[in-house]
Design a protein around this ligand. Structure first.
Ligand code: FES
Length: 170
């Protein structure tokens, strides 16, 4: 029995087939991973930051997710270009990304959430690695997108433990 293809719009399909900013960034200022390889849904997000101006010069990604994840990750890398870290943090939400891409099938919303979760994690990671106090606009509390990424990782961990032979669980 063949599977029914998901109703992706042409923009999603185009970005999936011709993703922008796909690949490892050798000179990245910060790198963050969201998702988990155990479930196959994983994204690595790279940011090059102008540290004096706190502006994102460029972004790239590697994704082992689905078409929706590749397309949304790609569009996020375009949307954050030339934004200050603060603007990127405040303005790039999964809703905005979903709108920008022309909509996603409901069952694929979480793929865009994962892409934005990776971006937010990279921004948080940047200040952590610098060892400086986070700015006032960066809340201690995780955003919705970061929480979703954490939940996916927890779920993947649980599933991979369940799938392991008994001897390996100890
Ligand atoms: S990234 Fe998990 S199904 Fe799309």
């Amino acid at each position: 029995m063949s599977r029914i293809p998901l109703p992706y719009n042409p923009k999603v399909m185009d970005l999936f087939q011709h993703p922008k900013n796909l690949g490892k960034m050798e000179d990245a200022t910060v790198v963050a991973v969201a998702g988990n390889p155990a479930c196959g849904d994983m994204i690595t997000f790279y940011l090059k930051i102008d540290e004096a101006k706190q502006i994102i010069e460029k972004a790239s990604f590697e994704s082992y997710g689905c078409a929706a994840n590749i397309a949304t990750s790609s569009i996020v890398t375009e949307m954050v270009k030339c934004l200050t870290l603060e603007k990127a943090w405040n303005e790039i939400t999964w809703k905005k990304v979903t709108e920008e891409i022309g909509g996603l099938p409901n069952v694929k919303f979480h793929c865009g959430v994962l892409a934005v979760g990776a971006l937010k994690r990279a921004i948080r990671q940047y200040f952590k690695e610098k060892g400086v106090a986070p700015p006032a606009w960066l809340p201690n509390e995780h955003t919705f997108e970061e929480k979703q990424a954490l939940e996916e990782e927890e779920l993947a961990k649980t599933l991979s433990k369940r799938l392991k032979p008994e001897a390996e669980k100890k």
